[in-house]
Design a protein around this ligand. Structure first.
Ligand code: FAD
Length: 265
């Protein structure tokens, strides 16, 4: 396999290239393992695209593609959709009219030091953190939708996507157990942001030292003190998180305002 040149990047930044490469992989690789979507799978996919259409922090041409896909899914009276029909929409040849999604992978903040490390699962975490943050900081985007009054809306759709489609079945099972145990305690959109942050740190803790860990990107409790000094406190000699600062950090880090376009097509 061709060697991919290492791209220098800044760990304190979010890159549009990771989110868009992740969406490309999700729609053209992960989804392609399902020949037809029907029943709960189809319902989940429709809801997933609907929430992406509202909250994905993407550039105009990607948002237009999500809109096209969402409107097409809503207009389909069928209770069964072949994957190839979805792919036709995703591959639409309307680049000229400004509707398209990159068709190759360009990991930046999700680069692995070896090809089998990081990549797609990293981008999926980033996608879901971004969606919870957008849901909390721009609630007006959900006005007049079924998600408007449900602070768990993003987490519920994420949970269903992972259960139905995420290729790592062991991950899906672990995530389902965590969601089942505590997602019901989430009462506000800010709590949804913090819930996902906490669960991700539990996964980091479990996976530290495992073979899937990239030595260039060790599994740490995140954000580390160098990324967010005020997030960390010491109470009676014991480390504790300042959750107000963590929330502010997550809102800034995963907010669309500071998304870097470096390396994005
Ligand atoms: P990742 O853990 O993928 O994190 C990506 C980026 O998110 C980090 O680089 C950092 O910038 C940021 N980040 C890190 N921690 C947090 C946090 N707490 N809050 C917000 N942002 C953070 N692998 C397994 O082997 N077993 C599993 O059970 C498993 N379960 C998974 C469940 C889900 C839902 C997902 C999406 C992935 C799961 N994985 C699992 C994969 C694993 O969590 C990593 O995604 C993968 O090992 C790649 O790790 P990474 O170093 O790129 O960092």
């Amino acid at each position: 396999k061709e060697e991919v040149a290492w791209k220098e990047y800044d760990k304190s930044k979010m890159y549009a290239a990771d989110l868009e490469s992740g969406l490309h992989y999700l729609l053209r690789v992960e989804l392609a393992t399902h020949q037809t979507l029907e029943g709960e799978k189809l319902k989940t996919f429709k809801d997933f695209i609907a929430i992406l259409h509202k909250l994905f922090p993407g550039r105009m041409h990607v948002m237009k593609l999500l809109e096209t896909l969402q409107e097409w899914l809503v207009s389909m009276p069928l209770d069964k959709i072949p994957y190839d029909a979805i792919l036709d929409i995703v591959n639409n040849k309307m680049r000229i009219s400004g509707i398209f999604l990159t068709n190759h992978i360009q990991w930046v903040g999700c680069q692995g030091s070896r090809p089998q490390l990081r990549g797609y699962p990293c981008s999926l975490w980033k996608l879901f953190h971004s969606l919870t943050v957008q849901g909390a900081t721009q609630p007006e985007t959900l006005a007049n939708t079924a998600y408007e009054s449900d602070p768990q809306a993003v987490l519920k759709i994420m949970r269903r996507y992972i259960r139905e489609f995420f290729g790592c079945r062991e991950c899906a099972q672990h995530f389902e157990e965590m969601a089942k145990a505590s997602v019901d305690t989430v009462k506000t959109a800010d709590e949804a942001v913090l819930w996902l942050w906490k669960k991700h740190n539990m996964v980091n803790n479990r996976l530290a030292g495992a073979p899937s860990e990239d030595p260039k990107s060790p599994k740490v409790q995140w954000p580390s003190p160098d990324l967010c000094p005020p997030c960390h406190e010491e109470v009676g000699g014991v480390h504790s998180w300042n959750e107000r600062e963590v929330l502010a950090f997550l809102q800034q880090h995963y907010g669309s305002k500071d998304l870097s376009l470096q390396y994005a097509d």
